[in-house]
Write a protein that binds this ligand. Structure first.
Ligand SMILES: [Zn+2]
Ligand SMILES: [Zn+2]
Length: 335
């Protein structure tokens, strides 16, 4: 669930090319939000640009609105939760994930409508015994739908149940808090960025890695279905950032946006392509080269670029040969 700073880029002739079919300009650009001294005009340009506003806010506010206004029962229906309500939401979320990840997979890997334009790694999605049924795609779809969508649905039901019963501070009223209502959509990706860094480092703690996170890391090359392909324990931990809404005044649209960014957004950030492009221009920002580096080199880039925790805590890999050598040296001295 993360994106790079670059809206576009061109291949550079560095030795890093031996790893990648295409990569953004290296070293990876830093997002101009947590920079010192602050550059406010660059910050505003970034927040209103194609990667942040166009790749995150707009698409997942749209999916949240569609789900809230057209496919969610009235909040009073959540006062008493029963199995039929959970199954109804689960089927809706399976449909949403299938449309989103399946649509991206069809576009890039079946119809190949973009060829290999802006594709990071041109090795095929794997047929390998380590995957369920020996196929990465089947394996990734299984863990995404059977576990990921189930945990997502349970969190969603729990939050709505709490709001319906008045246990949490929600329901934020748009008319009373218009600025905060909009600001929440901007703040959520930054909050989840911090949460992701720390829970991801926890997931690399060897006992937890072996039990849970190793399953996600079998994907060293990525496709849209890889994003949410995780062990149930990892789903519980990864999606736990949603619990912030039990203590922060929120509207159900914020909760749905937060969930969709972490679930559907994982499909886009793992798509394996930088963007959907039309006539040579990026029209929809997708893949995260920053996270693609994590899948390839493992002990780096635990976070995403919205908050530079990797730089602050010395785990950053900016894609250059020097960075890769530094990460490898760390591995050899720690093992
Ligand atoms: Zn990891
Ligand atoms: Zn990943």
């Amino acid at each position: 669930m993360d994106h790079d700073a670059s809206d576009s880029g061109s291949p550079e002739t560095t030795r890093a090319n031996r790893f990648w079919a295409w990569h953004p300009p290296l070293p990876l650009q830093r997002i101009p939000v947590f920079m010192w001294p602050p550059n406010f005009s660059a910050m505003v340009r970034y927040l209103l640009g194609g990667t942040f506003l166009g790749g995150i806010i707009v698409p997942f506010v749209i999916t949240a609105a569609i789900v809230w206004f057209w496919t969610t029962p009235p909040i009073t229906r959540f006062i008493t939760v029963d199995g039929s309500l959970v199954i109804q939401l689960w089927i809706r979320n399976v449909g949403l994930m299938t449309l989103f990840a399946g649509g991206l997979h069809l576009f890039f890997y079946v119809a190949r409508l973009q060829g290999d334009d802006r594709r990071f790694d041109t090795r095929d999605i794997r047929i390998n015994r380590r995957f369920l049924a020996g196929r990465q795609l089947i394996d990734n779809m299984f863990w995404t739908l059977a576990s990921g969508v189930t945990v997502w649905t349970l969190y969603e039901t729990f939050l709505f149940w709490g709001i319906a019963n008045g246990y949490f501070p929600g329901f934020m009223n748009w008319h009373e808090h218009p600025v905060l209502f909009v600001a929440m959509f901007v703040l959520i990706p930054f909050f989840t960025s911090m949460h992701f860094y720390f829970v991801h480092r926890l997931l690399h703690w060897p006992p937890l890695y072996r039990v849970a996170h190793a399953l996600h890391h079998r994907n060293d090359n990525l496709g849209p279905w890889s994003g949410l392909s995780m062990h149930p324990v990892e789903h519980l931990i990864y999606l736990s950032s949603i619990l912030v809404h039990t203590v922060v005044l929120s509207h159900p649209l914020h909760i749905l946006f937060h969930l969709h960014w972490n679930t559907l957004g994982a499909a886009s950030s793992h798509a394996g392509f930088e963007a959907i492009r039309i006539r040579g221009r990026n029209v929809f920002a997708l893949g995260s080269f920053h996270h693609q580096l994590h899948h390839r080199f493992f002990n780096c880039n635990y976070g995403n670029p919205f908050m530079p925790w990797d730089r602050w805590l010395n785990t950053d890999n900016d894609g250059t040969d020097e960075s890769i050598a530094r990460m490898r040296a760390r591995t050899s001295t720690s093992s």
